[in-house]
Design a protein around this ligand. Structure first.
Ligand code: ACO
Length: 434
């Protein structure tokens, strides 16, 4: 903990007068966090914070978000600068190692990722156990979890070398795993990775190549994907990353922890929102239907939400949404889809919602998922794969957080407490007496 700027508070039991001192630790940025150790130790109380609205579960040096300012930093670097100047693998290196690589480091990291792209053939056969209409996220979660049964040289979490190979292996193989899920759903043969291609061109190749035809990934498509991956690579203690940390804190194998993250990401309140946004836009259908749709959202009876809007931390524009919206204009224009009706509808929906008192008063702005699906669709990625694309990029963040946690000598198993509201002690009665 950074001791500079720490502040002291007092917790007093107003009935007994018992007082304890609590310390608020200052970080390098953002609000200080109150060390509540004395709450339990001196007063026998637990704290209650459903949804972790104000609870820091860990200290971290990876990513910082200022939700009011709409600021996102990876290892201190603003997302806007990384989006403009960096590449996904360079950002991956930065998130994992803490510093931007020099040329030799980036070349060697890129080479290592390229060397680990293939999947064990037995793992590929596991896809055959899934029905063709299985959601690809179900397949990805299962295959990632199964990796622990294949790559034993990376499962000793206390060995730094194992952790390093694990990181490279999962980042290298997650596009292969995703593409194989897509090919299985289509009933097409798996396409093996090509290590002469960059990360995103290889992904496109594995998605869209077929054995009977030549396929040349479009550099424009690969570039757009690379940018989307940079924007999705990490987001501090979000639900899926916290899931990876919690699962990993038990000492489980790292593939199991990442698989838990994939499952958490799938939910529509989290990474599943990119798929849900397109479903919503399709259901709205036309700009003329936007007011009626927003009335249903505001009515709140049917549980309808404006998908791709709102965020737990951002109470201002999500900086990633700003970048993606601008990118949407460019990508659609360059791909010859400048009159894309889905994008027109999304722009109109955003414009109307941002003038509506319901959304303004609740500080609800477009988040990263509002526009990403429109770009994925323009690149030919099917809707059912949108959340998988998110998972590919976020794997880097999950691994960085898992590594940070495991390397911390103060790591403890994550074990929350509860406010119990169930039955008090009672005695069992045999069936005939109930
Ligand atoms: N549409 C309509 N109303 C909303 C929305 C929305 N998208 N989001 C929040 N609200 C309303 C809530 O009803 C609530 O209103 P109230 O105070 O009158 O009860 C208020 O805004 C606060 O919302 P909460 O749900 O309490 O906020 P929370 O921080 O728990 O949820 C979340 C954040 C889950 C992202 C939410 O905004 C949401 O469901 N958004 C839509 C799904 C989505 O886009 N998820 C992707 C998030 S980004 C990511 O994970 C990659």
């Amino acid at each position: 903990m950074n001791k500079t700027g720490d502040k002291r508070y007092q917790l007093t039991n107003l009935e007994t007068g018992q007082a304890s001192e609590l310390e608020a630790h200052a970080g390098t940025l953002g609000p200080a966090v109150l060390d509540i150790g004395a709450v339990g130790r001196d007063h026998g109380l637990f704290t209650y914070d459903p949804g972790f609205m104000a609870t820091a579960a860990t200290a971290s040096r990876i990513t910082y978000i200022d939700g009011d300012a709409g600021m996102l930093l990876y290892r201190g670097y603003p997302i806007e600068q990384l989006a403009e100047h960096s590449s996904f693998l360079e950002v991956a290196y930065l998130l994992l190692k803490g510093e931007l690589p020099v040329a030799g480091e980036l070349a060697s990291f890129t080479r290592s990722i390229g060397e680990h792209t293939m999947l064990n053939e037995s793992l590929l056969r596991l896809y055959g156990g899934f029905h063709h209409d299985a959601h690809p996220m179900a397949m990805v979660a299962a295959i990632v979890a199964s990796m622990s049964a294949f790559y034993h040289d990376t499962t000793n979490i206390y060995d730094e070398h194992h952790r390093e190979i694990f990181a490279h292996r999962i980042i290298a193989k997650i596009p292969t795993i995703a593409a194989a899920a897509y090919k299985h759903a289509l009933g097409q043969p798996f396409v093996y990775p090509r290590n002469d291609l960059d990360y995103c061109s290889n992904l496109l190749h594995m998605f869209f190549a077929v054995p009977c035809d030549a396929y040349h990934p479009d550099p424009l498509h690969a570039q757009a994907l690379d940018l989307l991956f940079i924007l999705h690579a990490d987001h501090e203690q979000n639900a899926s990353t916290s899931t990876v940390r919690l699962a990993g804190s038990t000492g489980c194998n790292p593939y199991a922890a990442i698989s838990a993250g994939v499952s958490a990401l799938w939910g529509p309140a989290h990474g599943g929102a990119n798929e849900a946004v397109l479903e919503m836009l399709e259901a709205i259908g036309d700009v003329s239907q936007v007011p009626a749709f927003l009335d249903r959202v505001k009515d709140r009876k049917g549980g309808v939400r404006l998908m791709g809007f709102g965020h737990r931390v951002y109470k201002n524009f999500d900086p990633r949404a700003k970048i993606i919206r601008a990118m949407c204009h460019q990508v659609l224009e360059r791909l010859g889809h400048s009159d894309n009706p889905m994008f027109e509808l999304a722009l109109k929906l955003e414009e109307i919602a941002l003038q509506d008192e319901y959304f303004v008063s609740r500080k609800l702005y477009p988040n990263v998922d509002f526009y990403s699906g429109i770009i994925y669709r323009a690149l030919g990625i099917p809707q059912s794969m949108f959340t998988v694309m998110f998972a590919i990029a976020r794997t880097v963040g999950w691994v960085a957080h898992w590594q940070e946690m495991i390397a911390d000598p103060a790591m403890k198993i994550g074990r929350p407490r509860q406010l119990y509201l169930g039955a008090t002690r009672r005695d069992y009665r045999p069936l005939e007496q109930r």
